[in-house]
Design a protein around this ligand. Structure first.
Ligand code: HEM
Length: 364
């Protein structure tokens, strides 16, 4: 597709697909011409993800204040101890499911702790965040309606839950993200309760399944290339680079979408104002015009400017956290588990979504 139809209109879906690195990069760099605003689907709240400047710049500056590198780095010991606990629970059994036993609970626990919600509500969080990101493989109207109703329900329940916590933190601040968000201020502007609520929900929706898939996709790579697994065991300082290359090779988010605000030419094709443009990060990451030997996994690829966290003003806010979780998870897995292999009877099933890349279970 990159060679033959790098920019194409899909009649069935009624949108443009962009496959080349250069074009995806150019579009993400230009939020004035390619807006992130969506028509407000049911179940979707307005968050920074779907805002344009100037509102996006103000809100992003406010949440950046709460989501600082220091705050993320301070989480390192917690990430380590949770990873150890989760692995200790399955140690000695000879087999585990990477998705269920480690890659799913780790990000949920971390985000719950970050926001300051009690550990006993973890399972609720998992259910709510699953419902929020759920797509339907079945394109019938009934299936769509069912998924939308589940999203509505999860958003309402989460809303009520967070409203209570926000109220509590307003009267009695603690050392957590919600308390920091309540006090964050830029040029006299503060976040409203509704904005804090929307942001908290965004963190769950944006940060959980993506990180789960980063960890599982990375472990999958280790089982596909046993020499690579040995190389990392011999030199764990390479794990950081390995995570970057795993992000490029198996991106948890395959594409990000924009709406053209004016008529514009991309790759010789005329895109009209109001049309949807789907930017295929997964294809851009394998573009031979950008990466040497794009289909080869090269741990210390330099430069490795993949687009898996997006690019430009919407660049993933949680990237440092996701990278840290990936690093600690892979390090602990290699330390604790010898000779990791995919279970012989395993039949890998992929998550049914064109935008999410990962497997439902990964028994090792
Ligand atoms: C934005 C991917 C983890 C929070 C994005 C975008 C991508 C992305 C591609 C840009 C979307 C766009 O341009 O429309 C990923 C991947 C992750 C990950 C692959 C894991 C490997 C996280 C985590 C959090 C998070 C752990 C928070 C705890 C956000 C937020 C935005 C965002 C808040 C919106 C930023 C903005 O609009 O200014 N992410 N993400 N993400 N991500 Fe992530």
């Amino acid at each position: 597709l990159r060679q033959t139809t790098p920019v194409r209109y899909d009649e069935t879906r009624g949108c443009w697909d962009i496959f080349r690195y250069e074009d995806v990069h150019r579009i993400l760099k230009d939020p004035a011409t390619f807006s992130s605003k969506r028509s407000l689907e049911r179940g979707n709240t307005v968050t920074i993800l779907t805002m344009d400047p100037p509102r996006h710049s103000q809100m992003r500056a406010l949440v950046n204040k709460a989501f600082t590198p220091k705050m993320v780095n301070d989480l390192a010991p917690r990430i380590e101890s949770i990873t150890s606990e989760l692995l200790a629970a399955v140690q000695g059994k000879g087999q585990m499911d990477m998705v269920h036993d480690l890659a799913t609970p780790l990000p949920v626990i971390i985000i719950a702790e970050l926001l300051g919600v009690p550990a006993e509500d973890r399972q609720l969080f998992k259910e709510w965040s699953d419902a929020l990101v759920k797509g339907s493989a079945d394109s019938s109207a009934e299936a769509f309606e069912r998924v939308m109703m589940e999203k509505d329900k999860a958003t309402k329940e989460l809303g009520a839950y967070f409203a209570k916590i926000i109220g509590q933190r307003r009267s009695q601040p603690k050392d957590d993200l919600i308390s920091v968000l309540l006090s964050a201020e830029i040029e006299g502007e503060k976040l409203s309760d509704e904005e804090i609520l929307g942001f908290s929900i965004l963190l769950l929706a944006a940060g959980n399944e993506t990180t789960t898939n980063l960890i599982t996709n990375s472990v999958r790579r280790l089982t596909e290339d046993l020499a690579l697994q040995q190389q990392l065991r011999n030199d764990p300082t390479q794990i950081k680079n390995f995570i970057e290359e795993a992000l490029r090779f198996y991106p948890p988010i395959q594409a990000v979408s924009r709406i053209a605000t004016e008529d514009i030419q991309i790759g010789g094709k005329q895109i009209m104002a109001g049309e949807q443009v789907v930017n295929w990060v997964a294809s851009a990451n394998r573009d031979e015009a950008q990466f040497t030997d794009p289909n080869t996994f090269i741990i210390d690829r330099k430069p490795n400017n993949h687009l898996s966290f997006g690019f430009g003003i919407h660049f993933c806010l949680g990237a440092p956290l996701a990278r840290l979780e990936g690093l600690h998870a892979i390090r602990a897995i290699l330390e604790r588990l010898q000779d990791i292999q995919l279970a012989p009877e395993a039949n890998l099933e992929f998550i049914e979504s064109p935008f999410v890349y990962g497997v439902k279970a990964f028994p090792i």
